[in-house]
Design a protein around this ligand. Structure first.
Ligand code: AMP
Length: 116
């Protein structure tokens, strides 16, 4: 199910560079290459999970807690107060990279949840 050829798997293996914001045993965060907001950070688990549903179903409690705690570390150290978390799950939801990731978006008024 998980395809290790995706770009975030390549970043985790060190095959392509990223602009790291935060890293620990469970998670890696880096700046999005095509930012949709003044602050646009991608947070990924280090484990091989294809999307939010896969991570929720198969990740260990330790991985889930570690990943969730990374959000607090990142927003605190980056002094991000108001932010939006987005995780696209599946192509119809807009997922283009098949390694679970959360977008952390901040630095502007976000407006409504979905574009009309
Ligand atoms: P999604 O469309 O929800 O799967 O999000 C994928 C995100 O990955 C997009 O916002 C892309 O701009 C971003 N992205 C793709 N390649 C890279 C890369 N090499 N480094 C950082 N961000 C990337």
């Amino acid at each position: 199910m998980y395809d290790s050829h995706n770009v975030f798997a390549k970043i985790l293996r060190g095959e392509i560079p990223c602009s790291t914001v935060y890293e620990d045993s469970y998670a890696l965060a880096f700046y999005d290459i095509s930012p949709a907001a003044p602050t646009h950070i991608i947070l990924i688990p280090k484990g091989a999970y294809s999307d939010a549903a896969d991570f929720s179903a198969r990740a260990s409690e330790t991985e889930i807690i570690g990943f969730s705690r990374a959000i607090a570390h990142i927003t605190h150290t980056q002094s991000i107060t108001d932010f939006r978390l987005i995780s696209n799950c599946g192509p119809r939801a807009g997922q283009t990279v098949a390694h679970y990731h959360v977008h952390i978006l901040a630095g502007k008024d976000m407006g409504p949840l979905l574009a009309q």
